[in-house]
Design a protein around this ligand. Structure first.
Ligand code: SAM
Length: 237
């Protein structure tokens, strides 16, 4: 997968995208990131990317020309690449979208900054994406969140592809509780069943725990969880 990011601050990606699973995914050629500073596509001597808003008001607005030129250059060889504009006004990102995006061959993200974009920029995006109902200073952190979530879903990116299958939000249930060594710590013990080696019982316990946990923390998810009648009865008890 090729991910191209249009940003005024490419250096922001240096650290986060060069460690752990994202680093390994790039080393394995599962994903390649390219950064494009749209300031390089200005033509005036001050290399201006923003200007004050028509109609007055505070803050600066990103000008259309540098982003347009940058996008044209990036899309030249790959006109079908999906272009995503990062904005708090977009569709709210979730695991389902992460999975859909992880199947794409080529994505382009546009990061805003300052007060946002000149409205005409919106028409060049295939869709607009938000990472939640709050306002960041720029789209870079939002793109990092989106890319982190989608890259780990590319087959081969995680040590075992099974880890992603069981994740919260993948099958409408939150993940079940996990334990590792030691068996007992500060008076708190690992549930005995997990030490039994009885795989069928462990599976059943995990499913039950995931259902209970979802019911307690995110009951809104249960409507899509396809619970069996027995599981529904168990929840009522
Ligand atoms: N004035 C804009 C508004 O209220 O819609 C917010 C502009 S924000 C300060 C600057 C840039 O940060 C946005 O253009 C966008 O690219 C990015 N951004 C801020 N919050 C975001 C969010 N929740 N999700 C995705 N991008 C966000």
């Amino acid at each position: 997968m090729l991910i191209q990011i249009l940003t005024l601050f490419p250096e922001m990606f240096d650290g986060p995208f060069n460690c752990s699973i994202l680093k390994r995914a790039q080393e394995q050629n599962l994903v390649e990131f390219r950064y494009h500073n749209f300031r390089d596509f200005t033509t005036d001597k001050h290399r201006m990317v923003d200007d004050s808003p028509y109609g007055g008001g505070s803050g600066m607005v990103l000008k259309p020309e540098p982003i347009y030129r940058c996008l044209q250059a990036v899309k030249k060889d790959r006109p079908l690449a999906k272009t995503i504009l990062m904005t708090p006004q977009g569709a709210v990102f979730d695991q389902k979208l992460a999975r859909q995006l992880s199947a794409e061959e080529h994505l382009i993200f546009i990061c805003g900054h300052y007060e946002g974009f000149d409205e005409r920029i919106r028409q060049w995006a295939d869709f607009e994406l938000s990472i939640g109902d709050y306002v960041l200073t720029g789209g870079e952190l939002a793109v990092m969140v989106v890319c982190d979530a989608l890259v780990r879903l590319i087959p081969g990116a995680l040590g075992s592809d099974e880890s992603a299958v069981r994740d919260s939000f993948t099958g409408s249930l939150l993940d079940f509780p996990q334990y590792t060594r030691p068996v007992e710590f500060e008076g708190s013990a690992v549930p005995e069943l997990l030490l039994s080696g009885h795989h069928a019982k462990i599976e059943a316990w995990r499913r039950e725990q995931a259902i209970v946990r979802t019911a307690q923390r995110r009951p809104d998810l249960l409507k899509d969880a396809n619970l069996t009648e027995a599981e529904q009865r168990f929840l009522m008890e």
